[in-house]
Design a protein around this ligand. Structure first.
Ligand code: NAD
Length: 481
């Protein structure tokens, strides 16, 4: 790890406020730990209430000029940032791995982030209002305007992708930003701040503060000058974000929250392909994915054959050093997350049976794991584990499996495997989820489609032009002639 850190030095750990890096006013710092070796990577400055207030003030002051710059000029900054990401992809990959332990072989985030800044630079033009002459003597214009200061709070599992997926559309739409990264993975957001400074964004347009849920995150969520908030994280914290908006200034809220995604394997599915896809759906990022395919329902007539493929796929995943190019499976992010997954495994063994995988008693690793024999309402079947653990059940009829799949408070993502198009359409329509993938699990890419949750998986949508909509309010101008 020392050599990797040396290649990145100096790692930025300060707050980025009003175009400058500065130490936290409290002097407090917290550790970022590399989950593979448990070594401290960096000590990061923690923003307190005063720091967040300063960041919001800077964003508020920067807002009018940024808004009035217009789409084309704002787009030039976004394009430069996109190029800077592409030029620094290797550093970003290393920092993501040091923070979350995801194998470098699975780093696709840099390309995605660079793509986001380029896409919104080019497409902010297309989100427009309307004009109407339907009422005699009155020209009605409906125009779209940015909110002002956009607050953003992101999780640790895909720090760079979440940064870009929120900051790029907000800036393109003319808002200024105060972003809080996760306390577990703050380094790529700070690296992005370095790039933002380097490419010459006006001071205050983007501010990056590191810190915990409270006080850093809660101060943003409750801030009277923050006009919109975009949050990605757990459903529990999402409820607090909605409540903070309600009790402060009714800021516009976008939430992208947790999931417990079902995968349905019908009796006519290509079983080998479905098994490979189901494996990826629960194993990718060690199961620490909002859309993780964590419940699997297989038709009873094909279960035996499917499980041969599925068990082999799950057992074949190469686990180990995240910096080794062959590694496909890294550790859980930290001790808390590791203990959480372990406790669900213990419960699964008590209430059902563990078929493949488990806890190898080696660092924070949990093997890709299959459990069976659990009741529909058991905790393992209903709660988001956020680890590489899939619970398998069988079904007989379409009606039965749709009811089982929908038997959850979440509604983020669902998959169905079948060769019958009528069945695929029928089941897709019946599933209560923001995205239904046919013959695929996650991630199937959301750049050109909407992404978001039904039920407790969130409110609002990201992806494509849906993201820009979150950062624009609508004004009617009525002109009498
Ligand atoms: P989390 O809810 O614990 O934390 C998310 C962020 O919120 C962090 O930055 C945290 O510091 C902050 N936070 C915590 N309490 C807060 C408060 N009271 N006020 C303001 N901010 C607060 O989630 P996590 O563990 O970082 O991430 C995992 C969760 O995120 C999972 O539930 C996962 O499904 C979800 N997630 C959802 C999506 C999606 O697009 N739907 C994507 C990625 C992750």
């Amino acid at each position: 790890m020392a050599a990797v850190i040396k290649s990145l030095e100096p790692i930025e750990t300060r707050l980025f406020i009003n175009g400058e890096f500065r130490e936290s006013s409290s002097g407090k710092k917290f550790d970022v730990i590399y989950p593979y070796t448990k070594e401290v990577v960096a000590k990061v400055h923690e923003a307190d209430v005063q720091d967040v207030n300063d960041a919001v003030d800077a964003a508020e002051i920067a807002f009018p000029a940024w808004r009035d710059l217009g789409v084309e000029k704002r787009g030039e900054y976004l394009r430069k940032l996109s190029d800077a990401i592409t030029e620094n992809m290797e550093d970003l990959a290393k920092l993501e791995t040091l923070c979350i332990g995801r194998p470098v072989s699975q780093f696709i985030d840099g390309k995605s982030a660079a793509g986001s800044f380029k896409f919104y630079a080019e497409h902010a033009w297309t989100v427009q209002g309307t004009a109407s002459t339907n009422t005699p003597g009155i020209l009605k214009l409906t125009v779209r305007e940015p909110y002002g200061v956009a607050g953003m709070i992101i999780p640790w599992n895909f720090p760079l992708v979440n940064f870009a997926g929120k900051v790029a559309p907000a800036l393109a739409a003319g808002n200024t930003v105060v972003l809080k990264s996760s306390e577990k993975a703050p380094l790529t957001s700070l690296y992005m701040a370095k790039l933002i400074k380097k490419v010459g964004f006006p001071p205050g347009v983007v501010n990056v503060v590191s810190g915990f849920g409270a006080p850093t995150g809660s101060t943003i969520a409750e801030h009277m000058k923050v006009r919109s908030i975009s949050f990605t994280g757990s459903s529990l914290t999402g409820q607090k974000i909605h409540a903070a908006s309600a009790k402060s200034n009714l800021k516009h809220v976008l939430t992208e929250l947790g999931g417990k995604s079902p995968t349905i394997i019908c009796d006519d599915a290509d079983l080998e392909a479905a098994a490979g896809s189901a494996m990826f759906g629960i194993q990718f990022n060690s199961g620490q994915v909002c859309v993780a395919s964590s419940r699997l329902y297989v038709h009873e007539d094909v279960k035996e054959k499917f499980m041969v493929y599925f068990q082999a796929a799950m057992a074949s995943v190469k686990m180990g050093d995240p910096f080794s190019p062959e590694t496909k499976h890294g550790p859980q992010i930290d001790e808390a997350q590791y203990n959480r997954v372990k406790s669900y495994l213990e419960l699964a063994e008590k209430e059902g049976k563990l078929v493949v995988g488990g806890n190898p008693d080696d660092g924070f690793f949990i093997k890709p794991t299959i459990v069976e024999g659990l009741a529909d309402d058991s905790r393992v079947m209903t709660e988001e584990i956020f680890g590489p653990v899939v619970a398998v059940q069988t079904f007989k009829t379409e009606e039965e499996v749709i009811a089982k799949a929908n038997n959850t408070d979440f509604g983020l993502y669902a998959s169905v495997f079948t060769k019958n198009i009528d069945r695929a359409i029928r089941i897709s329509k019946a599933l209560q989820a923001g995205t239904v993938a046919v013959n695929a699990t996650s991630p199937t890419g959301t750049k050109d489609s909407a992404f978001g949750g039904y039920k407790m998986s969130g409110s609002g949508r990201e992806g494509w032009l849906y993201s820009i909509e979150n950062y624009l309010q609508t004004k009617s101008i009525l002109i009498k002639s």
